[in-house]
Design a binder for this molecule. Structure first.
Ligand SMILES: Cc1cc2nc3c(=O)[nH]c(=O)nc-3n(C[C@H](O)[C@H](O)[C@H](O)COP(=O)(O)OP(=O)(O)OC[C@H]3O[C@@H](n4cnc5c(N)ncnc54)[C@H](O)[C@@H]3O)c2cc1C
Length: 489
């Protein structure tokens, strides 16, 4: 069969792109190499607990906000049960020196809470929140009334960085630390992330924070139903080995089993470094290949899954950020730095918390010794190393006495992120968005080869869905898409 579009990669970006195209009458095939769609976000079940992997919570899911609108427009909202996080403390902070506080939702509440702790910085806090909202409002799919800028993310590469804005506004280092801690949501330190992109991807969390009952698996199930209803052909367990065509245009894809699929256009959502391996020599210009291979990646992380005897229910509506002395909002490994802790639902009763997912940002170098090994075939000393890391993380978590006895269920390392999540370089969110780095844009120089994915617009549910709108808008018409979104709001 001949398709109008082949979408490579069945993550959030690919599923969104395929759905958008099919909704507009394009015959679309979605090709995912893993046995099932969205391996990164569907999570896993172990010891009676549903562990989320690539989705814990999102900003912008309140009615009227951007992400809510995307989901509604694509027909994904109905089957989903959206779960509001605690408005008086959606994220709870605990510092090594004993200071702790809960960050509430909404600018006024945040100003009131933080001004109690930093009374002389009240005006600066208000200014910071205003600037976040203003910067996010410059994005054409966030602000549907703003003139469309074809390549909005390129505008922000020149900065300022988040760190520059924090240094300009705040005096108290602790206040800077608090606002920098949310860099864990995009994986670039405050000195790297352009302030406007931070505003776009983190700002919405300050107004509303939600998850889904059933977690990432429920989101994937909603996508699967919608994709089938829209007539998208879904091929899973079948990797694309080659994008066929040349620099004058693409004409199909070849799968690893040798089958060739004829298409009029391709949308690739894979990591940019993998993209250039899917094409023949001279497809892209050498300078483009080099640039894609050399893009800097986001921070890596250890992701620790633990089952708890008596996990507090509040963990299902608030995250815990344990912030140690690591400067710059990121950690260096299990011994220090930030721990981002989200609750995990019990499988038998999703209203009860049965465990925790602990993200400990670290450098990919941590597991560089074993980089020649592959998923499923790691040597014994790697397993000892992981056992030792688990013990260290468990020791840090003992401080969190409310959980009773806790036991390790699984530990993902930078190598897991590289091999299982398909992020060459082991980045938590693939390619970094940073001041001075030109990430790929939706339109390439090769006619009919388009790009979406976290490298293109940004990471997270919002960033990846946005990337699909930016990509598909180039063929469906941005004004038409934005008008349709407006009609839906
Ligand atoms: C630990 C962790 C926690 C997170 N928590 C949150 C959160 O709480 N909230 C939030 O909004 N975001 C969160 N994220 C980020 C979010 O999960 C990602 O940004 C998003 O899922 C990336 O989607 P994507 O489609 O761009 O990429 P991917 O999900 O990586 O999709 C790309 C797909 O392409 C497939 N593929 C690769 N090569 C080929 C090939 N040759 N042929 C066919 N298929 C191929 C891969 O198997 C993959 O499924 C988290 C991420 C991680 C790692």
């Amino acid at each position: 069969m001949r398709y109008d579009y082949a979408v490579i990669g069945g993550g959030i970006s690919g599923m969104t792109a395929a759905l958008l195209l099919a909704k507009h009458g394009r015959r679309t095939v979605l090709i995912e190499q893993a046995p099932r769609l969205a391996p990164l976000v569907r999570g896993f079940q172990r010891d009676g607990v549903n562990f989320d992997t690539g989705f814990h919570y999102a900003g912008g899911l309140a009615p009227g906000e951007s992400l809510h609108l995307f989901l509604r427009y694509l027909g994904l909202l109905d089957p989903l049960q959206i779960k509001a996080f605690d408005p008086v403390g959606f994220d709870r902070f605990q510092f090594a020196d004993g200071m702790s506080f809960a960050l509430p939702l909404g600018d006024d509440a945040i100003i009131a809470r933080l001004a109690r702790l930093f009374p002389t910085e009240r005006v600066a806090i208000a200014t910071y929140l205003q600037r976040l909202a203003a910067a996010a409002g410059t994005f054409p799919y966030i602000n549907l009334d703003r003139d469309f800028t074809a390549q909005p993310t390129l505008d922000y590469v020149h900065g300022p960085s988040l760190q520059e804005v924090l240094d300009e506004l705040f005096i108290a280092p602790r206040l800077k630390e608090i606002f920098a801690a949310h860099c864990v949501l995009h994986g670039a330190p405050p000195s790297d992330i352009p302030f406007a992109l931070h505003a776009c991807f983190v700002g919405p969390y300050y107004r509303s924070a939600h998850g889904f009952v059933g977690g990432g698996a429920a989101l994937v199930a909603a996508f699967e139903t919608a994709l089938r209803a829209a007539g998208v052909e879904i091929l899973t367990g079948r990797a694309v080995e080659r994008i066929l065509g040349d620099s004058n245009g693409v004409c199909g894809v070849r799968l690893v089993d040798g089958e060739e699929v004829t298409v009029a256009a391709v949308i690739a959502t894979v990591h940019p470094a993998s993209l250039v391996d899917l094409v023949a020599d001279k497809f892209f210009r050498p300078i483009f290949n080099k640039r894609m291979k050399q893009l800097e990646n986001t921070t890596s992380a250890l992701i620790f899954y633990v089952a708890c005897e008596t996990a507090p229910e509040w963990l299902l509506r608030s995250n815990l950020l344990m912030v140690d002395a690591a400067p710059g909002g990121m950690g260096t490994g299990p011994d220090d730095g930030l721990l981002f802790i989200a609750g995990a639902e019990r499988s038998a009763d999703p209203s009860r918390c049965g465990g925790m997912v602990v993200i400990s940002p670290c450098a990919a170098q941590l597991t560089a010794r074993w980089q020649e090994s592959r998923f499923g075939g790691r040597p014994a000393d790697y397993r000892y190393f992981k056992d030792e890391l688990s013990r260290k993380l468990l020791r840090r978590l003992q401080l969190f006495a409310e959980c009773g006895a806790i036991r390790s269920v699984a530990l993902a390392t930078p190598l897991t992120l590289r091999d299982y999540c398909n992020n060459p370089g082991g980045g938590l969110y693939g390619v970094k968005h940073r001041v001075g780095q030109y990430n790929p844009q939706p339109v390439t120089r090769v006619p009919n080869l388009l790009l979406a994915g976290q490298a293109v617009a940004g990471p997270g549910l919002f960033g990846t869905m946005l990337s699909a709108f930016l990509c598909c808008g180039t063929v469906l018409g941005h004004e038409q898409l934005r008008e349709e979104l407006k009609q839906c709001s």
